[in-house]
Design a protein around this ligand. Structure first.
Ligand code: AMP
Length: 485
């Protein structure tokens, strides 16, 4: 199948050609006809599958087919995303694919001045891509009219719920007309997502591509076993000896990201850290330089890296393994995208062996374990528990047997770190309690149950990303302090 076969308008086909694509990806093949038909859609697709074009192209087509009302432009399409980075990227896509159409788009997120956004709104916008918090702020000031929205997209809906945006989403939904086309994209289908879909979508068409928790075959996965304190040197060695030019490195904690970026810089490898404590300006700069290829290593925490989309990103390094195995899949999904080959390297110290086992269980394959001469685990180094907040994760030795505890007791905390993307002080605005009254919780028969695993709790963070404040059951989440290890 080619893009021409999908019934998209010529200006869109031209823009797609200019992007260098001629064959739609599976999600595009399935989603584009559904969206063109005007039906609601619930799509299970992870980033990296081409989902953005999957909704952007038919959305632009539909908007371009109907003459806009006379007078000033009104917002006819709204795309909500969990993070600033994703919002910026989606809007970039909207602009790229819509470049031959007379439609205006704009991106709106927190952490930057509000006035330029208000001015841009006043000039007239057809398509608004926004994070929920800033959108509500601007709406609250009376500058936003969403009553003419024809198409609503919730992108990475699961992330939005994980980040505690359910109340914001509900408030936004209340501002929209009842009659509209709604599209919900989510990588996973927890009960909360199903409840949201139940509430929002009318007889939706269902599409699911790419197995959940599957890692792309185009990503070569390696693990190097090494000592806790040898990881830095090993990373610098790999980058230099293998001449890696563009490497996305994941750390668990913000201060770990800073320290590592400093170390790499000192060792003549250009590096910057992005995480929630960095200003929007610093994050945008780091990302732009990394994309342009002038910055060799971008060191990121999981949340900051959300939505980073770089064509042909060749290397992802797990400097520290995530204790939530699903995050491993998301991390390495940053490479090997859209058919390109990629390599994901994990540096594993004895403390993390249990995390590795969890990951292997999730992805249903064993990862080859390698060691590099000179970087072996020092003799005598034993697994130690990892401290994240007040929670101790990893080895727990009681009664002789090693035991693991990478997840809190059930019901204690099922949220994910809350978005750093919104530029608000913690606890204000964006950290809305999650999962309270998210509509009927009855599962739709089609949607496979996929409860997200309970995740470790994060505290008011100096080191780790910010948490949602409550569990998805609405119970209070214990306040934890995050201390560096
Ligand atoms: P997404 O899942 O929307 O984040 O897209 C993942 C990557 O695939 C992006 O870098 C897109 O530019 C790229 N992409 C989107 N559609 C296609 C296509 N039909 N062929 C090749 N690459 C694509």
């Amino acid at each position: 199948m080619k893009f021409q076969d999908l019934g998209l308008a010529e200006p869109l086909l031209r823009a797609v050609r200019e992007q260098g694509y001629d064959t739609p990806t599976p999600i595009q093949q399935q989603a584009i006809p559904v969206v063109l038909s005007g039906a609601d859609l619930m799509a299970g697709a992870q980033t990296g599958t081409g989902k953005t074009a999957g909704f952007t192209l038919p959305m632009l087509h539909r908007l371009s087919q109907k003459a806009p009302a006379a007078g000033r432009r009104v917002i006819r399409a709204l795309v909500l995303t969990p993070t600033r980075e994703l919002a910026a990227q989606v809007e970039e896509n909207v602009r790229a694919y819509g470049r031959h159409l007379p439609l205006q788009s704009m991106v709106m997120f927190g952490g930057v001045g509000m006035n330029p956004q208000i001015q841009q709104l006043k000039r007239g916008v057809d398509i608004l891509v926004a994070t929920p918090g800033r959108l509500l702020d601007i709406q609250g000031q009376g500058h936003l009219d969403l009553s003419k929205v024809e198409i609503l997209v919730l992108d990475e809906a699961d992330r939005m719920l994980d980040m505690g945006f359910i109340h914001d989403i509900k408030k936004v939904l209340a501002l929209l007309p009842a009659s509209k086309q709604s599209l919900l994209f989510s990588a996973t289908f927890s009960d909360d997502i199903k409840a949201l879909a139940d509430r929002l979508l009318k007889s939706p068409q269902l599409i699911e591509v790419a197995r959940r928790n599957a890692t792309a075959d185009t990503v070569a996965q390696r693990t190097y076993f090494t000592g806790r304190e040898r990881k830095k040197e090993l990373l610098a060695h790999l980058v230099k000896s293998q001449d890696w030019r563009q490497v996305l490195v994941f750390t668990r904690m913000k201060h770990g990201a800073n320290r590592l970026a400093e170390y790499l810089e000192k060792n003549d490898i250009s590096a910057m850290a992005i995480h929630g404590n960095k200003s929007q300006g610093a994050r945008t700069k780091a990302l732009a330089e990394f994309k342009a290829g002038t910055l060799r290593c971008l060191v990121a925490t999981d949340i900051a890296a959300r939505g980073i989309d770089i064509d042909e990103l060749p290397h992802v390094v797990n400097f520290e393994l995530p204790n939530v195995p699903e995050d491993y899949v998301h991390r390495i999904g940053r490479t090997g995208r859209a058919g390109c080959e990629g390599e994901a390297v994990s540096l594993v110290c004895p403390d993390e062996e249990l995390f590795l086992k969890d990951i292997e269980k999730l992805i249903k394959r064993q990862l080859p374990r390698e060691t590099l001469p000179g970087f072996e685990v020092p003799s005598g180094e034993r697994a130690e528990p990892i401290q994240i907040g007040r929670q101790t994760i990893g080895v727990r030795r009681s009664g002789g047997g090693g035991q693991r505890s990478s997840r809190p007791p059930q019901g204690q905390n099922s949220g994910r770190p809350q978005g750093q993307g919104q530029g608000r002080p913690q606890g204000q605005g964006q950290g809305r309690p999650q999962g309270q009254g998210a509509g009927r919780s009855q599962a739709k028969p089609h949607a496979k149950p996929q409860g997200k695993p309970a995740q470790h709790a994060h505290g008011h963070s100096q080191g780790h990303e910010q948490p949602g404040q409550r569990s998805s059951r609405g119970g209070p989440r214990p306040a934890l302090l995050n201390k560096p290890r």
